[in-house]
Ligand binder design. Structure first.
Ligand code: FAS
Ligand code: PHB
Length: 390
């Protein structure tokens, strides 16, 4: 097989880039190690920056997102038993976010690839990039017991945190920055009416909680749990009881509970790999960076990588201009680190840290008090949450 761009990973990053390049006549293939059903079985992000939504529309994949997604102009922070509203629309100069689940977004991308006849290979085993520093790189993978070679001009590693791409960059070239948090998020998806029309982030002495949604009949809730907890330790009843303990009374009183249709524990980490390119390999999305989901930056950070890489590839193929490819890593990292900072800040402000000093606890309380007393602080939060410019 010979293509211009070989994309490793059929998650949102890889699919979105493949779709955008295809629409400009650039030939790609996506190599995904799992089945499509497995990719679509994962419950992940729920909030899209307006920049991500714009990219989906440019990729001709925004129709159902715009029909079924919910525009949110703000969210609540619950603390000390009361709700305080953050007006994103007012404090970000008129921007908002779109609440639309990553699962549905990925489904839309797959269907768009099918409509265009895009090449997506599922169950690709032992995917391996080769000759990254040559001008004729290639990728091999195994399917039905035979090894297949994909000759290409560029390789995009969009294969997530556990993928093969980042690990293909030599150890003496790659620098990794990481912070692991001493807790995880236990998440539940339930076919129940959301407790609130807007998201509620909860700071409580028992730990963080989050009330989110996928639609008016599908709710997504999280509670902070110790890293030692296992999902089988948590019955549905135990989850609902703990969530109610952390919510303000009037919110807990109207919480509609029901059976979980998905329940999982995700550890929280902050991670960045530099550089995000090596020879003809370019990393995008979770392959290069991870944030704690507190700031809803995970999937959204992938969007700016895809935007930069898309325009860099266009400049190369349409004008023979390689400045975008040469400058991709520095440009992507500049925005990635701002998303890292914001996600770290939201996480430090809202979670319970078991080994924190009393001084640090008071500082955390002061962070919230300052936020609610200062429109400047709220503008800072809002401009990051709706998405910094690409
Ligand atoms: P992905 O990991 O989504 O996709 C990578 C793809 O590459 C996968 O399909 C994988 O099967 C494939 N792959 C891996 N190795 C391969 C190989 N060797 N060969 C071929 N294919 C390979 N973000 C938020 O904004 N809000 C949230 O609430 C949130 N919750 C999350 C919960 C969990 C448990 C996780 C893991 C992440 C969460 N995220 C959240 C972040 C998440 O949404 C990511 O940012 C998003 O999936 C990034 O998309 P991709 O970069 O495409 O990576
Ligand atoms: C979600 O709906 O899954 C979600 C929303 C906002 C976050 C994290 C997760 O900050």
């Amino acid at each position: 097989m010979k293509v211009q761009v070989c994309i490793i990973g059929g998650g949102p990053s890889g699919l979105l880039l493949s779709q955008l390049l295809h629409l400009k006549g650039i030939d790609t293939v996506v190599l995904e190690k799992s089945s499509r059903d497995h990719v679509l079985s994962r419950i992940r992000a729920g909030v899209l920056e307006h920049g991500f939504a714009r990219l989906m529309r440019e990729a001709q994949c925004g129709e159902r997102m715009d029909r079924e997604g919910e525009i949110h102009n703000g969210f609540e922070i619950a603390h000390d038993g009361v709700l305080s509203h953050i007006d994103l629309h007012k404090h970000s100069g008129g921007n908002s976010v779109l609440v639309y689940g990553q699962t549905e977004l990925t489904r839309d991308l797959y269907e768009a690839r099918d409509r265009l006849g895009g090449k997506v290979v599922h169950n690709a085993e032992d995917v391996a990039p080769h000759d990254l520093t040559s001008d004729r790189p290639y990728v091999t993978y195994r399917a039905n017991g035979e090894t297949i070679r994909v000759d290409c001009e560029y390789i995009v590693g969009a294969d997530g945190f556990h993928g093969v791409s980042r690990k293909s960059i030599p150890k003496d070239v790659l620098r990794e920055y990481e912070k692991v948090y001493p807790f995880g998020w236990l998440g539940v998806l339930s076919r129940t009416k959301p407790v609130s029309p807007e998201l509620i982030y909860v700071k409580h002495d028992r730990g963080f909680a989050l009330c989110s949604l996928r639609s008016q009949v599908l709710s997504r809730y999280y509670v902070q749990v110790p890293l030692t907890d296992k999902v089988e330790d948590w019955s549905d009843d135990a989850f609902w009881a703990e969530l109610k303990r952390r919510l303000p009374d009037e919110v807990a009183a109207r919480l509609v509970t029901g059976p979980s249709i998905e329940k999982s524990i995700a550890p929280l980490r902050s991670f960045v790999a530099e550089p995000m390119s090596y020879g003809r390999l370019f990393l995008a999305g979770d392959a290069a960076h991870i944030v704690p989901p507190t700031g809803a930056r995970g999937l959204n950070s992938a969007a700016s990588d895809i935007y930069y890489l898309y325009h860099a590839m266009l400049a190369h193929y349409q004008q023979g201009d390689d400045s975008g490819l040469k400058g991709y890593s520095a440009k992507a990292l500049a925005r990635i680190w701002k998303a890292q900072r914001f996600s770290w800040w939201m996480t430090m402000m809202l979670h319970r840290f078991p080994d924190r000093s009393e001084y640090e606890d008071r500082l955390q309380q002061t962070e919230l008090e300052y936020l609610f007393s200062s429109e400047t602080a709220q503008r800072l939060l809002a401009e990051n949450y709706v998405g910094l410019p690409f």
